[in-house]
Write a protein that binds this ligand. Structure first.
Ligand code: NAI
Ligand code: MG
Length: 487
């Protein structure tokens, strides 16, 4: 019997019944305006664009396309709100942040369903990761708001002013929380630009901000595409830009701002190595590898997209890994049993397809899950490449999809050399029973985040960010305040 047949016979022919979360709790409107100066604008006042549900490729809502004039109004509102917000006492600002955190908890189910519909990620993840973590970041930074004098940046550190914040589509609500919570705690006012394929959870958050009675203009949310983002970057009334997204756009923004001296933090791409030594705890390690690359369909900047496995155990690890990949449940993101959801957009799917075709053409061996894929929407079956060489595009370029490249190594030195053989430097994982070995390796890895015997763990108390082409600046923890203070 093959492993696959064995797994099937153990299930005794039974399969899961569908267990879908109801889409109706999302209460998505037909059309949305912009959130400027504490209120939503009339959708009829703007050009509109459509956001889709990637699991069906059908429209969910139309959303305002923020123009240069809209960005100008949003920045003006943030400027007007700054003198009062920045001199509001820390304990008072904390009260608003706590209130926002509690409202995110109260409206967790609605937010999870909205996020799953608009993004395509499984409800299990939005419910258990994105939404609770978004609340946790607001709770955490609420705690700092009245303690900035003791944050290690000198007495009475001052906010920077108006922060322009541009976020991507892979963790729409969570990235909004990562950006807004520390900025507000530090006394800045904000203009947030969500990604064009996933604007809806930020618009629910806008409603939450209004519900929390956050003073008008403290946070403005301007939906739109790259042109809207570029208008925000070009605006002379913005004192700081925080960007998460592609290395290409990050580089462009850096050039623009270099001429002006505006504060900047960038969180860009990655090609994380998950390094597995022969003494690693096997079951945890297999789950860690799976989570490292298939969590959020691999649309994760810190994904463990390169598996470096010690040669002595490589065959066994690959065998167990492929067996586990076969068990991943791919399909309806609203189903509570789904492990892997839809690819976020047609463009991202095309990019994943192009790179996997390149992987085969360059000589790597492709193993794709035999799972059935839905006929509508954007889907890509979990895929593992073996026989990967360091020169292959699939070992060098960020795929940002459910695709793992497996390479092997013999010695710790070789593992470190291979892990560091990338232009990026965001995250790595090390799996070993020996603490001394883990520390030895960790000290030599060039990456902002290193996980030991786990992967993709996020916590508001812990700083996150990259080196080299993965960007600079930290989000989360005490360090995350520095990006929004004049230090
Ligand atoms: P992108 O960098 O174009 O988009 C990210 C955000 O930047 C969006 O809100 C977008 O509207 C905005 N934007 C685009 N052009 C801009 C400009 N000129 N000025 C200001 N803002 C601008 O990323 P995209 O096209 O969605 O994805 C391309 C690749 O980037 C992905 O395949 C992936 O490899 C990487 N990526 C990395 C992310 C990360 O978490 N570090 C997140 C999203 C994408
Ligand atoms: Mg969408």
């Amino acid at each position: 019997m093959t492993d696959q047949q064995l797994d099937q016979s153990r299930l005794g022919g039974f399969t899961y019944d569908p267990a879908p979360e109801s889409a109706s709790v999302a209460r998505i409107a037909d059309a949305y305006g912009l959130f400027i100066d504490g209120a939503f604008t009339d959708p009829g006042d703007h050009e509109q664009f459509v956001t889709l549900n990637p699991a069906s490729a059908r429209p969910l809502a139309t959303v305002a396309h923020g123009s240069t004039a809209d960005v100008d109004r949003a920045v003006a509102a943030a400027r007007r709100a700054f003198p009062s917000w920045s001199t509001t006492t820390g304990s008072q600002r904390a009260k608003y942040l706590y209130r926002i955190a509690r409202l995110i908890q109260e409206r967790a189910r609605e937010l999870a369903v909205v996020e799953t519909l608009d993004n395509g990620k499984p409800i299990r993840e939005t419910r258990d990761v994105d939404v609770p973590l978004a609340a946790a970041y607001f709770f955490y930074y609420a705690g700092w708001a009245d303690k900035l004098d003791h944050a290690g940046f000198g007495p009475s550190p001052r906010p920077l002013g108006v922060a322009g914040q541009i976020i991507p589509w892979n963790f729409p609500l969570l990235m909004a929380a990562w950006k807004l919570a520390p900025a507000l705690a530090a006394g800045n006012t904000c203009v947030l630009k969500p990604a064009e394929t996933t604007p809806l959870s930020a618009l629910v958050l806008a409603d939450i901000l209004a519900q929390a009675e956050l003073p008008a203009g403290v946070v403005n949310i301007v939906t739109g595409d790259g042109a809207t983002g570029a208008a925000l970057v070009a605006h002379p009334g913005v004192d700081k830009i925080a960007f998460t997204g592609s290395t290409e756009v990050g580089r462009l923004i850096q050039q623009r701002l270099g001429e002006r001296g505006t504060h900047l933090t960038l969180e860009l791409g990655g090609k994380g190595a998950n390094i597995v030594f022969e003494d690693a705890p096997v079951d945890e390690m297999i789950e860690g590898i799976i989570d490292g690359i298939f969590f959020n369909q691999g649309h994760v900047c810190c994904a463990g997209s390169r598996l470096l496995v010690q040669e002595s155990i490589a065959d066994e690890v690959v065998r167990r890994l492929l067996r586990r990949v076969e068990q991943l449940r791919v399909g309806d993101p609203l189903d509570k049993n789904t492990d892997v959801g839809a690819i976020n957009s047609a463009a991202q799917l095309a990019r994943i397809e192009e790179l996997t075709v390149a992987g085969e053409a360059e000589g790597a061996t492709r193993h794709t899950s035999s799972c059935a894929l839905p006929t509508e929407g954007y889907w890509f079956a979990p895929t593992v490449f073996t026989d990967v060489a360091q020169s292959h595009r699939i070992a060098r370029e960020e795929i940002f999809g459910p695709v793992l490249s497996v390479l092997s190594f013999r010695t710790p030195d070789e593992a470190v050399a291979k892990a560091n053989n990338t232009k990026y430097g965001l995250a790595c994982g090390v799996w070993s029973e020996k603490g001394s070995r883990t520390l030895w390796v960790a000290q030599r890895l060039r990456a902002g985040v290193i996980w030991a015997n786990t992967y993709n763990r996020f916590d508001p108390t812990s700083p996150f960010g990259g080196v080299r082409e993965s960007g600079f600046g930290r989000e989360g923890g005490r360090h995350g305040l520095e990006a929004y203070l004049d230090v």
